[in-house]
Write a protein that binds this ligand. Structure first.
Ligand code: ADP
Ligand code: ZN
Length: 511
């Protein structure tokens, strides 16, 4: 059977999503691959479909034990001989799977990384045709969800040197991708990075004052349509849902503290349009397939851009015009900072929170900044975000950009954003003294610009792809391939004028 026929027969689809076909062709040739695709982009198809065409078994290594049963049940329903093997099963179930492996009756086996060694006597290069490493960012301490069990996966290539390995994830910047390839011993793996852009979602960010009034104005555009309001706390979910109900909306709360059955019924009613607005914590939305969600509101700021992107991505799956509205407030930042400080990986979490805050305060096209976070660069402003629709004034900032970039260059990319600004402004605090950067040529070259304006300018340079923050290297600022154009080729740089407090008062709302 051909690929297209299998796509139709087993999965019921008529055409491939972007990149799927190219990836599947490479998989069929036994190549090693590194695939980055946004959530919902259709990563699973890239190994599920080949599993039906290849002679032997496809091993899928996944840390998501809780989802395995559902995934496998869904595959079986489509007539695909699949199974899973993990520590949540009793030994009888495990024995059954081992028997099936011996008989060669399953094509696709999901296995948790810590359980693979138990399969040693049953899998070998003869019967395994393909290995998929799902959620591959978990292998890298630079990713956002490191799992120690994943670090042992380098033996896959040594045990199965001729078998193709496909690593898949929804989040991995350039450095993390290199790390993943390294750790899986597939340095030559071809990379596929799908676009993260969702151009039909209009992005809006507003200060979080009088949020209820703002939300009611916003909802005037959506009297009959479905949407999600994400809140940080369970109590906010409940009080907000209550208020919206009082205003006549079919709203309900959803959070992990609610009774399981009740929660399921909210989800069910949301899908069937009986409930229009769900006020939820981030527990809501995982695995929900609803294509006509018209808006996503963040009542509170999410803790990082990955989360924000994933949550707004639940809007507009049908491709129709949709909206994302984010409120940001200082109180939220303080709250989130506390959570981050108490988390296991606080340095990375705080850096990610900083980036989220910068997104909310940015004066450049939101979409450019969002995509830039995922290492994707838009050529032009998007025209479909609050910044684009209410353009700030721009000025020729080539000299400013040159000063900043050349300072980064002279500090050999070893400075954080704060240190860079201190050096540009010629500060003589302890950090600067210790760093030894008082001697570089650009020390004090930006005295005439205030600290907060420098911060805004540098963030804009980051958003334009002229600088990069290395999360995995203590948040130091790094040059990018585009930096050279400015440093050595006199490329002009335009930056947005930073508004003063007075300008903010006069700025009209775009509701
Ligand atoms: P990911 O793992 O990238 O988050 P999934 O593999 O779960 O995404 O796919 C998301 C959804 O898209 C699933 O419902 C899947 O069946 C569907 N899908 C995958 N490929 C196609 C396709 N070619 N056409 C239509 N729908 C697809
Ligand atoms: Zn824009």
């Amino acid at each position: 059977m051909q690929k297209k026929e299998i796509l139709k027969k087993y999965f019921g689809y008529d055409s491939f999503r972007p990149l799927q076909e190219e990836i599947i062709n490479d998989v069929m040739e036994g190549r090693d691959l590194m695939v980055v695709m946004p959530t919902g982009g259709g990563k699973s198809m890239c190994f599920q479909l080949p599993s039906l065409l290849l002679n032997g078994l496809t091993l899928v290594i996944s840390p998501l034990i809780a989802l395995m049963k559902d995934q496998v049940d869904a595959l079986k329903q489509n007539g695909i001989p699949a199974g899973y093997f993990n520590s949540s099963q009793d030994s009888a179930d495990q024995q059954n799977i081992l028997q099936e492996l011996e008989q060669g009756t399953i094509k696709l086996l999901y296995v948790a990384p810590e359980s693979i060694s138990l399969l040693n006597n049953y899998i070998n290069e003869e019967n395994v045709s393909l290995i998929a490493v799902d959620e591959a960012h978990c292998i890298s301490t630079w990713g956002h969800d490191f799992r120690p069990a994943y670090t042992q996966l380098s033996y896959l290539k040594s045990n199965f040197p001729k078998t193709g390995i496909i690593a898949l994830t929804a989040t991995a910047d350039r450095a993390t991708r290199a790390d993943i390839k390294n750790q899986l011993s597939i340095p030559q793996a071809r990379e596929y990075v799908a676009s993260f852009d969702r151009p039909n979602i209009r992005l809006d960010v507003r200060p979080g004052n009088q949020r209820m009034t703002q939300i009611r104005n916003f909802l005037n555009h959506f009297s009959k349509e479905s949407g999600i309001v994400y809140c940080l706390s369970r109590s906010t979910c409940e009080s907000l849902a209550e208020k919206l109900k009082n205003y006549g909306y079919a709203a309900a709360a959803y959070h992990a503290g609610m009774d399981h059955r009740f929660r399921e019924s909210v989800q069910e009613k949301f899908i069937t349009d009986e409930i229009k607005i769900v006020c939820a914590t981030i527990a809501f939305g995982m695995g929900i397939d609803k294509s006509n969600v018209r808006f996503v509101i963040h009542y509170n700021m999410p803790k990082n851009i990955e989360g924000y992107y994933q949550e707004i991505g639940r809007a507009g799956r049908d491709g129709l015009e949709s909206r994302a509205l984010l409120f940001h407030s200082y109180a939220d930042v303080i709250q989130l900072r506390k959570f981050a400080e108490n988390s296991g990986n606080s340095e990375v979490q705080l850096a990610k929170l900083d980036r989220m805050k910068q997104f909310a305060e940015a004066l450049t096209c939101r979409r450019r900044m969002l995509l830039n976070y995922f290492n994707e660069y838009l050529e032009k402003d998007c025209g479909n975000c609050d910044v684009c629709l209410n353009k700030p004034d721009f000025f020729d900032a080539t000299l400013i950009a040159q000063k900043a970039l050349s300072a980064v260059y002279r500090m050999q990319e070893q400075a954080s954003l704060n240190l860079l600004i201190d050096v540009l402004r010629g500060a003589s605090n302890a950090t600067v003294m210790e760093s030894g950067f008082m001697d570089i040529k650009t020390y004090g070259a930006g005295k005439d610009i205030s600290w907060s304006n420098w911060q805004q300018y540098i963030i804009q340079l980051i958003n334009q792809g002229l600088l990069e923050i290395a999360f995995h290297d203590q948040n130091k600022l790094k040059l990018t391939p585009q930096s050279e154009q400015v440093l050595f080729k006199q490329q002009k740089v335009m930056l947005a004028v930073v508004p003063t407090a007075k300008d903010f008062k006069n700025k009209k709302s775009t509701t």
